[in-house]
Design a protein around this ligand. Structure first.
Ligand code: AMP
Ligand code: GLY
Length: 424
């Protein structure tokens, strides 16, 4: 089968490497792909948001199955267009992708269907938002309604910060129209867990749980990034928590979307916070997480293509989805300076006998040489029988991958190990 994967980051590289294991896959194309993905797929260079070019390419090249990985094309309706062109496609349609595309939609959905989440208020008038902030409990959280490159959330520890965040969204419009509506919500505390799931509107099959490390610095310090590393499984996600989440969050969300006439088929990502009052939804994503996918898919033992097809066809209930009971750790190597200013264009060396998987996010081929081209350059994922083993191996192998100005966090998985000890 000929497969098209839309996207060009580490997540897409992990999806492609996983699909490649399927005996039924003969050729994979990426739109756009990147210099590292080029080792595993034909990179078309077509932009992930160029829906017309993507659909034309899929039709002209007789693509048998497409996977739309990033949020932007999903929210823009890539799946609807590909399906209309007769190409089976993994991912939610536009009507369902709104679950990530609009925070106001997702908060109102949770309220309507009693799905646990932070208390909130919606504002489309700046004066009202600022007035509310005069007496709102602090800390508070300000969220732009629409997609904002993952930067639309401000956790404000002071009233001034909250006011600033509201003004940036609604006056300076730093997120464009995404910020013309905002959500101001209750500040929650507790450990965070990412749960990616397959859902076809009939069942929800959670994948192995994971933990992201969003801040740039060790000990969760410094600015937020796209994710500096991940581990799986997440020790906070015990069997009891999993049961609670299925009952109070996963199935109610699936049913709510069905009831709204917006059946969600694809990967539904639950960003959860385990509060004293039980698990609550921090955010929904309508897609695989990045870099969660880089630890979750290497643990998938079932054939990814088969599972994706079953999701699309509404046949998940009869399809086995099995994960290894090993652990995984992904250490992201970034360009020094990221998420602020950084330099790129440095050659990358990856030993051929590296005992780990490398998922390339920001690199391009320059005269046959792989060179850095982005903030997050690549992720090194290792598996182990225990979390300790996976972490140790990921760092040992990451040390063999070299480029000038490389930076990584030294403590990916440290909090998970502490948590496991505390939960014993
Ligand atoms: P982002 O990845 O930019 O969407 O940032 C989301 C992060 O903001 C989450 O991972 C949480 O750490 C934090 N966050 C979002 N909503 C809340 C909330 N209601 N209470 C506390 N922290 C939150
Ligand atoms: N790792 C968080 C996300 O993919 O949104």
């Amino acid at each position: 089968m000929k497969i098209l994967v839309v996207g060009g980051g580490g997540r897409e590289h992990a999806i492609i490497k996983s699909l490649k294991k399927s005996p039924r896959v003969t050729e994979i194309f990426a739109a756009p792909g990147n210099g590292g993905i080029a080792a595993d797929a034909v990179c078309t260079g077509i932009g992930a948001k160029d829906l017309e070019a993507i659909t034309n390419f899929a039709r002209e090249n007789a693509i048998d199955f497409a996977v739309v990985a990033p949020d932007d094309p999903l929210v823009l309706g890539a799946v609807d267009l590909l399906e209309a062109a007769g190409i089976p496609c993994f991912g939610p349609n536009k009507a369902a992708a709104i679950l990530e595309g609009s925070k106001v939609f997702s908060k109102d959905l949770m309220k309507k269907y009693n799905i646990p989440t932070a208390e909130y208020r919606v504002f489309d008038d700046m004066a009202e938002a600022l007035k509310y902030l005069e007496t709102a409990p602090i800390p508070t959280v300000v969220k732009a309604d629409g997609l904002a490159l993952g930067k639309g959330v401000t956790v404000a520890m002071t009233r001034e910060e909250a006011v600033e965040a509201v003004k940036s969204c609604m006056e300076d419009k730093i997120f464009g129209d995404s910020g013309s509506h905002i959500v101001i919500e209750e500040f929650l505390t507790g450990p965070e867990v990412s749960v990616l799931s397959f859902t076809d509107g009939n069942v929800v099959i959670p994948m192995v749980s994971s933990m992201d490390h969003k801040r740039v610095g060790d000990g969760d310090t410094g600015p937020n990034t796209g994710g500096m590393g991940t581990i799986a499984p997440n020790p906070y996600y015990t069997e009891e928590v999993a049961r609670q989440c299925m009952e109070t969050i996963f199935l109610p969300t699936m049913r709510a979307m069905n009831a709204e006439g917006r059946t969600f088929k694809g990967c539904l990502y639950f960003g959860l916070m385990l509060t004293e009052k039980g698990p609550k939804v921090i955010e929904y994503n309508c897609r695989f997480g990045d870099p969660e996918t880089q630890v979750v898919l290497p643990l998938l033992e079932s054939d990814l293509l088969t599972v994706m097809e079953a999701t699309t066809q509404g046949k998940l209930a009869e399809t086995p989805v099995k994960f290894s009971d090993k652990s995984a750790c992904c250490v992201v190597l970034a360009s020094n300076g990221y998420p602020k200013k950084y330099e790129s264009g440095y050659p990358i060396t990856i030993p051929a006998d590296l005992d780990a998987e490398v998922f390339v996010a920001g690199a391009k081929l320059d005269g046959g040489v792989l060179k850095t081209s982005g903030g997050r350059v690549l992720g090194v994922t290792a598996l182990g029988d225990t979390l300790e083993e996976a972490i140790e191996k990921a760092y040992a192998q990451a040390a063999n991958v070299k480029f000038e100005n490389a930076y990584c966090r030294r403590d990916i998985g440290a909090r998970a190990l502490q948590a496991r000890e505390a939960l014993k």
